[in-house]
Ligand binder design. Sequence first.
Ligand SMILES: Cc1cc2nc3c(=O)[nH]c(=O)nc-3n(C[C@H](O)[C@H](O)[C@H](O)COP(=O)(O)OP(=O)(O)OC[C@H]3O[C@@H](n4cnc5c(N)ncnc54)[C@H](O)[C@@H]3O)c2cc1C
Length: 280
Amino acid sequence: MALRATAVGKPRRVPVVQHLPGVGQNLQDHPGFGCVWEYEQPLAPRNTGCEATYFWKSDPALDTPDLQTGQGEFPFSSAETAARFDLPEFGWALLAGVVRPKSRGHISLTGPDPTDPVQIQANMLSHPDDLKAAITAVQLCREIGNSAALRPFAKREAMPGNLTGAELERFIRDAASTYWHQSCTAKMGHDAMSVVDGTLKVSGIEHLRIADGSIMPRVTTGNTMAPASSSANAQPSFSRPSTHSDIAQQGIRMAGRGSDQHLTGRDCGLNGEQSLDRAA
Ligand SMILES: Cc1cc2nc3c(=O)[nH]c(=O)nc-3n(C[C@H](O)[C@H](O)[C@H](O)COP(=O)(O)OP(=O)(O)OC[C@H]3O[C@@H](n4cnc5c(N)ncnc54)[C@H](O)[C@@H]3O)c2cc1C
């Protein structure tokens, strides 16, 4: 939005110095859906409160996982689901996530003043495939959460329960929350909707580069902090190494050892133009 506010983007509310219609478009995030169980014995959250995760495929034919679930040691809900379900004071959650979303949102200015609020249109689940993947993600959470192995920790399943059809879809739409991975609104690439090129330079503007989560053509399958930080590492000539970057590099190395599906430099378009074209 800083780009929009400084007159780079669509010709709308401020005088335009460079027409880049892609600014603020292509908004992506990982939607998450909280499924909750009541603790058999109340337990306080430990450490980060979210110590376990898994990646899975909604369809075995997929090349890479498109689902991620994080286990939360608290009863995670949305305002809508909290109002509809009998949630426990002490509970744990499986936050089902769709991590290869096809839905696209956008952000826009509401006025010319830098302090005017921005409008965020997340458009979560606007693509039917995302809803399909979300249904599988929630069903998988229920299968795991209600399994014999977890029974000692669960007095009852608080939500969603055994919903099907329209009721399950309503739960999913009500439960949809952000995984806090908003990104991709100044995407790297060569098409008309791209904002930066392979060197992170803003098209048509001298001496202006972007190095953050907005430059990803599509959101990474895994969490976004390390890839976002790595965008700065990819251009050492204009960014200084920092503790944040060091952590990011370590995260990428660890992910590379542990799995084949996420958090590679190539995944966030950092391997040059070729991988970028593939991702865009
Ligand atoms: C609650 C939460 C939990 C998260 N948990 C994880 C996690 O566990 N793992 C993970 O990988 N990712 C996590 N993320 C996501 C991760 O933090 C982001 O993907 C990452 O920080 C994005 O980096 P960025 O540089 O694009 O943006 P940011 O880190 O948001 O940096 C943007 C910077 O721009 C500054 N700024 C904004 N507007 C202006 C302006 N007009 N002028 C000047 N400066 C401005 C802001 O102050 C900020 O410092 C989480 C995010 C949230 C919100």
